[in-house]
Design a protein around this ligand. Structure first.
Ligand SMILES: [Fe+2]
Length: 721
């Protein structure tokens, strides 16, 4: 089925429009699923970031199962932690990623607060809890809070897919803001004061010389580094002195837990490689701190910028699908995909910007496919036109005899019109018509080798193409169409029109020439027969019988036609034989007969300038040769004689025997058949003689135009020499 051009155009436009609407909308406010895919892409791209060797010397002390077995259920006595702080005395900074929410001040609590105070550079965790709709800040007990250098919020916020990808450096509460524990550790360890700065692309956290981009939701993307680079010690091992003190010399020690169970839970799940991993909260704090100090957290492009690039890549995909040759548009698509996937790398590395490629990629593929589909539908139609063109040409070459090209064109045109929407307006338009159209406001668009393309405004067919067919056609062909037709379609249609008209004219000329040629040959044959009134009609009869024999032998039609010419002219050499011999009423003497024997060669010589086909020449030259070598002029034997020669020989002999001559009566069919039976395979070809037996009777009775009744008076017919 062919989709009408108008619907194809509108339908294509509609689908493309849908693709662009979708892309623009999703680019600007992506659906949850696509946004999660964007996060996965971010993980994959950031996977490549290498972990710089910082100068912070971070050490983790984690309470694992062993420690819990030793000290029992949480919470432990604060004395234990106080002891830990004392033992870590040589550490530069201690981060207690532990929560001490209770509001009591027992002796043990005071011991811990005292130890923290003595160290002087301890960071202690605080946290928010949800109470109804409100976040309520829970601080450590007052003595501990007062001893800490900084308080840091231990809460972490999951990303939309539940994974932890960012830290929230600052937490606002009623009377101000608190740093996250990562930022607090950073501040305590370096002594830098933080700040906030507003940049064109959004807010940044200022840390000394570094400005870290904060996303609108307040997060900073955490570096995707491996936490296993940090030395980790078991809590109880440190308390029991199993870890050398030098391990903590001038280090930043983060004390936390590495358990996941019903009683306590301080584990964080992060993206890792192509999946996820769950790490201790203390490790997350360390990674967050290192991100602030050495990382390159990116800033996401604005959504409206992403939407713009989505549409941009959609346009590129559409161009690849629609304008590139479908065979290698795949390559273009792959190049575009490669380019698109390379852009986030480049931006991350050189501008610290995050351009999520997921939606642009989908848009690129989508628009590409829609455009390619539209193009393929067009190509399919064009292909059908091409096929139809070949069909018409092959059916034209199989035409026999004369075709009327005008009628033929009219017959095939509905199909062309269906495929191209080009109408055949006139088959024989006069050149004056074209002139009139031009004078009446038509504009000549192009003029190339016998074609004129004219545009006529406000006409039912605003585009007209006049084609000059081959001479002899009579007038110009006039095509018309309403909307623009593709160049390929137009070329094909014009080629088809010209092929048909050329072919028709050529076939007609060929037919005329053939008829003239046949007439000329018949005239020559008649002239030969006229030289000897006794053999009138002989050439015609031999020609017809030869044709009948060849057809009975099922020889190809081309052979039959050529043989017919040869048989018609087989005795043309007799023109060169003196009338005295030809018309001698009595038997020829030996000398005269020798002269007579030259007629096949004479005939060949006479016809040489005509360039008759080989089969015809063989018929003329060899119709007196006999299988046993008794014939003339060359005395050829067996296979040396051509098939054409053998057929004409049988036909010639049959006609001579079935005619009355002066020296003999017309033989009866029985007698003729007896003669051929005797000479079958001896003088005459067995197969040809067999063919004669099959058709001879009919031929003898019906086809001989008065042959059997003809007068014969001379004894010169060679067959009975
Ligand atoms: Fe002859």
């Amino acid at each position: 089925m062919i989709i009408p051009r108008k619907f194809r155009f509108l339908g294509g436009l509609f689908f493309l429009g849908l693709c662009f609407l979708w892309g623009g909308y999703e680019g600007n406010s992506p659906s949850r699923m696509l946004e999660e895919l964007e996060r996965d892409a971010l993980d994959l791209y950031r996977e490549m970031e290498s972990h710089p060797r910082g100068d912070r010397n971070i050490v983790l002390v984690l309470a694992r199962e062993t420690s819990f077995r030793k000290f029992g259920l949480w919470p432990w006595s604060r004395k234990i932690h106080g002891r830990m702080v004392q033992l870590l005395g040589n550490a530069r900074t201690i981060v207690l990623d532990l929560i001490f929410p209770d509001n009591q001040s027992s002796e043990e609590d005071l011991f811990l607060a005292q130890a923290v105070k003595e160290h002087g550079n301890c960071i202690v965790g605080a946290h928010f809890v949800k109470e109804g709709d409100e976040n309520v800040l829970i601080l450590p007990y007052p003595e501990l809070a007062a001893s800490a250098r900084y308080l840091g919020v231990t809460n972490v916020v999951p990303d939309l897919d539940g994974l932890y990808r960012f830290i929230t450096p600052l937490w606002d509460y009623g009377r101000g803001s608190l740093p996250s524990i990562s930022l607090a550790a950073c501040l305590g360890d370096t002594g830098i004061s933080p700040g906030i700065t507003r940049e064109p692309r959004g807010i940044s956290l200022l840390l000394g010389e570094r400005a870290l981009p904060m996303e609108p939701f307040g997060g900073i993307w955490i570096a995707p580094w491996n936490y296993e680079d940090y030395p980790v010690y078991e809590y109880v091992d440190v308390l029991e002195g199993k870890v050398p003190w030098s391990s903590f010399e001038d280090a930043l020690v983060i004390v936390g837990m590495d358990v996941s169970g019903a009683m306590v839970q301080d584990m964080v799940t992060m993206p890792w490689k192509t999946g996820t991993r769950t790490i201790p909260g203390a490790a997350f704090v360390a990674l967050g701190m290192e991100t602030l100090l050495y990382g390159n957290p990116p800033r996401a492009l604005f959504r409206h910028e992403i939407a713009f690039w989505v549409l941009f890549w959609g346009v590129l995909g559409g161009m690849a699908g629609f304008f590139c040759n479908p065979r290698w548009s795949w390559t273009v698509l792959l190049l575009l995909l490669g380019g698109l996937l390379g852009i986030p790398f480049f931006l991350l590395k050189h501008a610290g910007l995050w351009f999520p490629p997921v939606i642009p990629l989908l848009e690129l593929l989508l628009v590409y496919m829609v455009a390619l589909f539209i193009r393929l539908v067009g190509l399919y139609r064009s292909l059908r036109l091409g096929n139809f063109y070949s069909e018409v040409l092959s059916s034209l070459t199989k035409q026999e005899g004369v075709i009327t090209p005008g009628a033929y064109l009219k017959e095939v045109w509905p199909k062309i019109q269906e495929l191209t929407s080009i109408t055949l307006l006139k088959k024989h338009a006069s050149p004056k018509r074209m002139e009139k159209l031009l004078e009446g406001g038509g504009r000549l668009l192009t003029r190339e080798e016998g074609t004129w393309l004219i545009k006529i405004p406000f006409s039912p067919f605003p585009y007209r193409l006049f084609i000059q067919p081959p001479s002899g056609w009579g007038g110009l062909l006039e095509l018309g169409w309403k909307r623009r037709v593709s160049r390929e379609d137009l070329k094909r249609a014009v080629a088809l029109v010209l092929s048909i008209s050329w072919f028709g004219v050529a076939l007609r000329r060929e037919e005329e020439r053939l008829r003239a040629f046949q007439g000329a040959i018949r005239a020559v044959a008649a002239a030969v027969d006229a030289k000897d009134p006794e053999t009138r009609g002989h050439s015609d009869r031999v020609a017809l019988l030869s044709r009948a024999l060849a057809e009975a032998l099922e020889l190809p039609s081309e052979f039959v036609e050529e043989l017919h010419f040869g048989a018609l002219l087989h005795d043309v050499g007799k023109i060169g034989i003196p009338d005295a011999i030809l018309q001698k009423p009595s038997r020829l003497c030996e000398e005269e007969f020798e002269a007579m024997k030259a007629h096949p060669l004479l005939g060949q010589g006479i016809l040489e300038p005509v360039h008759l086909p080989k089969v015809a020449v063989q018929g003329i030259l060899e119709h007196h040769e006999r299988l046993d070598g008794s014939g003339y002029p060359k005395g050829l034997k067996g296979d040396e004689i051509s098939l054409a020669g053998r057929i004409v020989a049988v036909a010639d002999a049959f006609d001579a025997l079935s005619s009355r001559r002066t020296y003999k009566d017309q033989w009866s069919l029985e007698r003729i058949f007896a003669y051929f039976r005797e000479n079958r395979g001896v003088r005459y070809d067995a197969k040809v003689v067999d063919a004669l037996f099959r058709i001879g009777e009919t031929w003898y009775e019906e086809e001989l135009p008065g042959g059997g009744l003809k007068e014969s008076k001379t004894g010169k017919e060679e067959v009975l020499e």
